[in-house]
Design a protein. Structure first.
Length: 116
């Protein structure tokens, strides 16, 4: 069992930046893929970005070029650098970790609000 805890969300003006982070309760070597998803009320949770254990990344088209995902296996963290934020980026951002045996772990989420 792995517990994931997000932090670093907040309120920011359009064009601003944030750096949400996700800390795991134990080693993340077993989490083949870690990622960030987001959800707004009334809509399905959607992929933002993922990063595999060897560093291969994948981004949603809507965030490519603005968001950067990274993971630090020594610190058991995965971080999402978000730049050039838009009001449409407003959502609860969730951290996710998946094992090769398809166990799936989720954090509780951190709110990101982009508003002037």
């Amino acid at each position: 069992q792995v517990q994931l805890v997000e932090s670093g969300g907040g309120l920011v003006q359009p064009g601003g930046s944030l750096r949400p982070s996700c800390a795991a309760s134990r080693s993340t070597f077993s989490l083949y893929i870690m990622g960030w998803y987001r959800q707004v009320p009334g809509k399905q949770r959607e992929l933002v970005a993922t990063i595999a254990i060897r560093g291969v990344t994948n981004y949603a088209a809507s965030v490519k070029g603005r968001f950067t995902i990274s993971r630090d296996t020594a610190k058991n963290t995965v971080t999402l650098q978000v730049n050039s934020l838009k009001p449409d980026d407003t959502a609860v951002y969730y951290c996710d970790g998946q094992t090769l045996s398809q166990d799936d772990y989720w954090g509780q989420g951190t709110q990101v609000t982009v508003s002037s």
